[in-house]
Design a protein around this ligand. Structure first.
Ligand SMILES: [Zn+2]
Length: 683
């Protein structure tokens, strides 16, 4: 008898010691076929529309597929050798098609609606009710409930929006790539760091030209704006970047890449889609599945924050001007001077060596410090555990409650490898739920891309890397500490998009807490903890120009929200609206020819339309949650930790995030803590 395909076990810890790329195609094909026939039988008229007869078996069946496909996706991310890449890519289209069909399956929608209106609903658990409600909401937002006559138009809008979004970003990309600044006189490169010059030299060689080549891509553009003393060069590149994909073609952008018409069309189609779905505007549609309730609420949030932050932004600007005048002999500041002067000011006032800081964050201390924070706050124990892994450097841990019972487990894959995708991320391996045989405990993957240890010394991390680790651990413990027993709203599932970063950003705060840091650091050679004076410099640099940066984020957010809720193309243009927003919030008004919206891909080509505010929103939530700990006088206060765990982490997506927040904090979120953490404290 041949051994069974390990991807068909479909529960528990992934058997990484047995799974090979050859298992993928047969297992996933079989699971897709099983899932299709399950959906087919569950949507038959004689299947009773009840939780036990419909929702529960559907969940079980879908979990088998997502367990197996999740492992394949994980291995594709952390062990991207050709065989795994092929295995993944071969099945990706079929899996994607299956899930998109599921989202359009109106027979499933009918079953959910029947449960919703049936007599059983009132007696379901809160989690079960929320799952049914979420399913119905998502079907509605994808047009399932439209009159038959409107459906073709709705579908046509979706398709046109998808192709406009693709064209929007292609135009930005083409316009970005069309510009090149070739410098042949090295004197014109004064101020630029050597590595930037070397890269520009290599770019010129690759293009077959003499000298140095600079482009509008960030790694080339930003250093020029920051370091080049050549003001004319900065001005040319600034103009080129600011007029990408616009009606201006003096910097190499072509008329056919002008995004102006596309923006108007995208906005009109989104408005039409919103009307068809029964909403006043697209912002309302965007907010249905978010924590924020109405566009007015978001606008009020942004304007309140702007009113509070603006004086600090003005102070930042005044400081910049004074420094430019006294130290650099620049009486006037042009928009292309701001990054340059800021860099000089940062160096003069707040500079410290990242490399020096890094010597203090040794891996055992950092991991120990992270675990200590978790154990103290949440009353759990973290212990080494064993399981098959995909690389020898991967560690595996278990989480136990005070009674010694298993709460969850997690893998930690810290180091960069050639076969691992970049960045840092948390992923679910197994999600907590109740099964007929008891509670299925959750399992998480924590993935980072840090440097390996060299020789016999422990690895050292930059402070940014430590923050990254805490951020992903925050997502991880959101997943691991849930108490929810239904899959669809367990852990991070079902948590609103603008609230899901709360637990991750929350944990980052401990990386700025002296009481935590001094025990979490140990110089790799001397064993000394981080000196307080160095920490103070890190803190000052953290808040450098935070007023200006906050106002910039608020300007983008306000523009986005107004564009999707209060914009009339009959009476104004996109640029008119932006000018109004700038009058309201900007501290430095860019030139009239600046065409920022034409390359604002986040909102026109990405998923951030009427959602850009989420960045600030989640920061406010996490800072305000953290302030509850600060208010006790002890950032590691256990009673507050327990409440945070019970009201926020444990609840998953069972109830609206605002309810969870209010249950924890006893009030609505307030931006005061974020302003304070950013150094914006009223005198
Ligand atoms: Zn995150």
């Amino acid at each position: 008898m041949s051994s069974p395909n390990p991807l068909l076990i479909a529960s528990g810890l992934p058997p990484f010691d047995r799974i090979t790329p050859e298992h993928v195609q047969p297992a996933i094909r079989q699971l897709l076929a099983e899932s299709r026939s399950l959906v087919e039988s569950l949507t038959q008229p004689d299947t009773p529309s009840t939780w036990a007869d419909f929702a529960a078996p559907l969940t079980d069946g879908m979990e088998r597929l997502s367990w197996a496909w999740g492992i394949v996706g994980h291995l594709h991310s952390v062990n991207d050798i050709p065989a795994w890449r092929d295995a993944y890519n071969t099945m990706l289209p079929e899996v994607t098609r299956f899930y998109s069909e599921l989202g359009q399956n109106l027979a499933l929608f009918d079953k959910y609606k029947a449960i919703r209106s049936g007599s059983e609903y009132a007696g379901l658990t809160q989690a079960q009710k929320k799952i049914i409600d979420n399913e119905i909401r998502d079907f509605r937002l994808s047009g399932a409930e439209l009159p038959e006559a409107d459906k073709p138009r709705f579908q046509a809008i979706q398709e046109e929006l998808a192709s406009l979004a693709a064209r929007f970003s292609e135009n930005v990309l083409d316009a970005t790539n069309a510009f090149a600044e070739i410098i042949t006189d090295e004197a014109e490169l004064d101020g630029l760091p050597e590595d930037i010059k070397l890269a520009a030299r290599a770019a010129a060689e690759a293009a077959g030209v003499e000298g140095w080549k600079f482009t509008l891509q960030a790694p080339s553009y930003l250093p020029v704006m920051q370091y080049a003393t050549n003001q004319a060069l900065r001005a040319r590149m600034y103009r080129a970047s600011a007029t990408r994909a616009s009606e201006f073609s003096d910097s190499g952008s072509k008329p056919e890449w002008d995004n102006s018409g596309l923006m108007t069309r995208i906005l009109a189609l989104r408005q039409e889609e919103a009307r068809l779905l029964g909403y006043h505007n697209f912002a309302e549609v965007s907010l249905v599945s978010k924590m924020a309730e109405t566009p007015a609420q978001v606008l009020a949030f942004l304007r309140d924050m702007a009113a509070k932050a603006k004086p600090y932004a003005e102070k930042d600007m005044a400081e910049l001007k004074a420094f430019a005048a006294s130290e650099l002999g620049m009486a006037e500041i042009e928009p292309w001077d701001v990054a340059f002067i800021s860099e000089k000011l940062l160096q003069a006032r707040y500079a410290f060596s990242e490399q020096e800081v890094k010597q203090y964050f040794t891996e055992p201390k950092v991991i120990g410090g992270l675990f200590q924070v978790i154990e103290t706050l949440f009353g759990v124990r973290i212990k080494p555990d064993t399981a098959p892994v995909w690389d020898d450097s991967v560690r595996f841990y278990r989480l136990e409650n005070p009674a010694g019972e298993l709460v969850g487990q997690f893998y930690m894959d810290l180091y960069a490898r050639e076969t691992k995708r970049g960045g840092a991320w948390m992923d679910e391996a197994v999600t907590r739920r109740r099964t007929p045989s008891g509670i299925q405990t959750p399992v998480a993957y924590l993935n980072c891309n840090f440097s390996k240890p060299l020789g016999d010394k422990p690895a050292t991390f930059t402070h940014d890397e430590v923050i990254t680790l805490f951020h992903e651990a925050g997502h991880g413990f959101h997943h691991l500490l849930t108490q929810v027993e239904e899959l669809g709203v367990s852990g991070i599932r079902g948590v609103e998009w603008d609230a899901v970063e709360l637990p991750s950003q929350f944990l980052e705060n401990f990386c700025w807490e002296w009481a935590v840091l001094k025990d979490m650091t140990c110089h790799v050679d001397t064993g000394a903890p981080l000196p307080r004076a160095l920490f103070d410099k890190m803190l000052a640099a953290k808040n450098f120009q935070s007023g200006l940066m906050t106002m910039r984020q608020l300007e983008f957010s306000l523009f986005d929200m107004l564009l999707h809720s209060d914009f009339n193309p009959q009476t104004q243009t996109v640029m008119d609206l932006l000018a109004e927003v700038r009058q309201e919030v900007a501290v430095l008004i860019p030139p009239a020819w600046h065409r920022f919206p034409n390359s604002f891909s986040h909102i026109f080509a990405g998923g951030y339309g009427a959602g850009y505010y989420s960045y600030k929103w989640a920061e406010v939530l996490s800072a305000d949650a953290y302030a509850a700990f600060e208010e006790t006088g002890n950032p590691l206060d256990q009673a507050t930790g327990q409440r945070y765990q019970e009201e926020i982490l444990a609840m998953g997506g069972v109830r609206p995030a605002l309810e969870s927040f209010k249950a924890f904090r006893g009030r609505e979120p307030s931006p005061d803590a974020l302003l304070r953490h950013n150094g914006m404290i009223p005198a």
